[in-house]
Design a protein around this ligand. Structure first.
Ligand SMILES: CC(C)(COP(=O)(O)OP(=O)(O)OC[C@H]1O[C@@H](n2cnc3c(N)ncnc32)[C@H](O)[C@@H]1OP(=O)(O)O)[C@@H](O)C(=O)NCCC(=O)NCCS
Length: 144
């Protein structure tokens, strides 16, 4: 999905430090969720106000990652359910996200979570590689 060359150039330490900083000093209107077991973080979700033009009234699920050694154990579902409950509580009407077009496994996961493709596409650029992404969204239940 992402060329090895681009993955090799990702700065994991910087990425980890960035997320640790976010946990200690959260940005306004963005929440980070972690799934923990003992002192180990097994998954991470980031959600907040939509950052894309025209999406301001929707919540955006900006990241959802589960440690590959712990895939298919329900951790992603638990994180996504928690995010969806919170965004519903905050009175967002819907949640959207961008997922790599080639990421069929995650798209199956999102379909199971009630999301569907909106038909919109964009390009995610990483170290000079342009990788297509597609937008998926789902409505949240009416409050009350
Ligand atoms: C997508 C992701 C968060 C799912 O987390 P998870 O904890 O493995 O998911 P769950 O165990 O809750 O899966 C629930 C169901 O979703 C579906 N599903 C999850 N991953 C799937 C996959 N790779 N292929 C097909 N279906 C999948 C299955 O129906 C699964 O139920 P089952 O295991 O009983 O068959 C995880 O695979 C991940 O971190 N992927 C890499 C990062 C990524 O792509 N994130 C999304 C970017 S937008």
């Amino acid at each position: 999905m992402i060329p090895d060359d681009a993955l090799d150039r990702l700065e994991v330490d910087q990425w980890e430090a960035h997320h640790r900083d976010r946990l200690h000093a959260p940005e306004p209107h963005v929440a980070t969720y972690v799934a923990e077991h003992g002192d180990q973080i097994l998954g991470l979700a980031i959600c907040g106000h939509g950052r894309h033009i025209g999406y301001g009234s929707q919540a955006e699920l900006a990241a959802l990652y589960v440690d590959p050694a712990h895939h298919r154990l329900g951790i992603g579902t638990m994180l996504a359910d928690t995010v969806l409950d919170d965004m519903d509580y905050l009175a967002f009407e819907s949640v959207y996200l961008w997922v790599l077009e080639a990421n069929a496994g995650s798209q199956r996961f999102y379909r199971r979570m009630g999301f569907a493709p909106t038909g919109e596409r964009q390009t995610f650029t990483v170290h000079g590689y342009e990788i297509p992404e597609v937008c998926w969204a789902r409505e949240l239940p009416e409050p009350g």
